[in-house]
Design a protein around this ligand. Structure first.
Ligand SMILES: [Zn+2]
Length: 272
């Protein structure tokens, strides 16, 4: 598993922890092999298939009765993010369909992918969901952002920008509370300021980061920047971060990260 692969294997860990006490299973192949679309089709079926504009949904036949609404929900996740990104029609036309794997439940998903909860693997253009967590648009955020703006390699900022974008597109879907109100609560505690999150210089850690507070706060920061300066500027920031690190904020917005953060705090009505 190379860096490119491991970077885009993303999970919401809350769901992971709910079921982590189950007994160990002997898996027939490695995690990457078992998540490979070819392997899944050949060895992990039976699958039914439902093709839509931007997605191909492979689903467990046990979901037959509710599949139309499930597919419509996933399609709406994609349409919503395409709309947020403002993806050009040229990009849209050349975009490969996303493989969507919907398992009957989390237990079946774990047996067939070695992972609980929801996850995505960029190299396979795939998102993986147990049916009961279909409300979340998170993994589509990762796939579509990287398709439109490229991979996010900058480790210092990956938790703030890449992960937070996936949280941002999940407001009103996987999370049904107001991000702004929640962020005011979170940032009233000094240890969760955007600056402190960055000062920790911690890349998003797959198996250690169980709190969602920093992601929600950063998602609200991103939402603020996209709504104030436009999504094209945000895309420019995304690309610049890979090249120029922290200078990307100044290069893109003409303002340092600290200046942007302070604007954000005024917007929220929080004193720092
Ligand atoms: Zn993620």
């Amino acid at each position: 598993m190379n860096l490119r692969r491991s970077k885009f294997l993303t999970i919401i860990l809350l769901l992971f922890l709910q079921t982590s006490c189950q007994k160990k299973i002997e898996f027939p192949a490695s995690l990457m092999e078992m998540n490979n679309p070819e392997y899944l089709i050949k060895n992990s079926g039976p699958w039914k298939v439902n093709k839509q504009d931007h997605i191909i949904v492979y689903y467990s036949p046990t979901l037959d009765s509710g599949i139309d609404s499930l597919v419509a929900l996933h399609k709406s996740h994609v349409d919503n993010i395409i709309n947020i990104i403002g993806m050009s029609s040229a990009k849209l036309d050349s975009m490969p369909k996303i493989n969507v794997w919907i398992f009957a439940n989390d237990e079946e998903k774990y047996k067939k992918t070695q992972l609980h909860g929801i996850h995505a693997i960029g190299d396979y253009g795939s998102v993986y969901y147990p049916a009961e967590h279909s409300k979340s648009a998170h993994e589509y955020g990762h796939i579509l952002a990287s398709y439109n703006w490229g991979w996010m390699w900058n480790k210092e900022f990956s938790s703030v920008i890449d992960e937070a974008f996936a949280y941002y597109v999940d407001e009103g879907r996987g999370f049904d509370f107001s991000y702004i109100e929640r962020t005011k609560d979170i940032l009233s505690n000094d240890s969760y300021s955007i600056s402190n999150i960055l000062a920790g210089k911690k890349p998003f850690d797959l198996f250690a980061n169980i709190g969602q507070k920093q992601e929600i706060a950063c998602a609200t920061f991103i939402k603020y920047m996209i709504e104030k300066y436009g999504v094209n500027k945000f895309g420019q920031l995304w690309r610049e971060l890979n090249k120029n690190g922290r200078d990307a904020f100044k290069n893109t917005y003409g303002k340092t990260l600290e200046e942007l953060e302070s604007e954000f705090y005024s917007y929220l009505g929080i004193k720092i």
